[in-house]
Design a protein around this ligand. Sequence first.
Ligand code: GTR
Length: 326
Amino acid sequence: MKLMKTLTGALLATAAMAMAAGACEMTLKSSDTHPDGYPTVEAVKHMGKLLEERTDGRICIEVFHSAQLGQEKDTIEQTKFGVIDMNRVSMGPFNNLVEETKVVSLPYVFKGVDHMHRVMDGPVGEDILKAFEPHGYVGLAFYDGGSRSFYNKVKPIKSIEDLAGMKIRVMQSDIFVDMMTALGANATPLPYGEVYSSIQTGVIDGAENNWPSFESSGHFEVAGYYTLDEHLIVPEVLVMSKASWDKLSAEDQTAVRQAAKDSVPVMREMWVAREKASEEKVRAAGVEVITEIDKAPFMAAMDSVYEKHVTSDKLKDMVARIRATD
Ligand code: GTR
């Protein structure tokens, strides 16, 4: 009897799911490297809810979290060809494809997270969103990625000198490789999903990221020192495949854009809460957090990165506009 009830329940649940799925004329597949519950994943789910409501259930979004569709660099490729409809990634892995994304991936380009918000919500952000289009993507919205700092398994990093010769994983972009070289360390560009085991086995000494990523990836379990030098504030971006976009009516395109935009404040709220929760969890696990750090020498060391990467008038102008934003 109990088994019958369970089976009937399961069948009903399956039927309900099929009906719900059947109501969607179109389900946009969206990729994210982070696990379920992470603010970026939840933000795109929220966007999906809005879109479903506003299109009377015609357009839905399914978020494939936890890198189910692959590591960021590969999913970016697949998004271009419309195999994946939407993708939430860091701007870093886009640097070598869409040069405008470089300006917001430069070390210490923003004065802080509030400054980053003002820039991304303003005309520079608008220009960057538009810059995706000739490359096969439609820029929909920017999300928060906090500030990134170094963590490692060897020792507390208290100055640039401590970084000398250390093997540090970076995202796959030339800017970050040059940033590490400028700091006297050895950059190891790797996909995110390989970082945990690479630290564990000693292939690398450490990596760099924000509180929520440091925590949710479990990297804090293998890297016991976290230095809050905050060298990068790289916003996240939500893009849509231009191939998928072109299949939508103009009206539906507007609905997609608006739903993405409306998910931003919700994401920002979730981000702040998650940063706090992640910090608490990491500290409770006994990670040594180095907060007393003089950032001035780190900033000064970045001149060579700017000289090498900010060469065109277009990028120079964008950096100047970022700096001029109050
Ligand atoms: C995270 C970011 C991811 C990914 C990751 C990385 O902060 O949210 O999109 O880029 O960093 O370091 O690869």
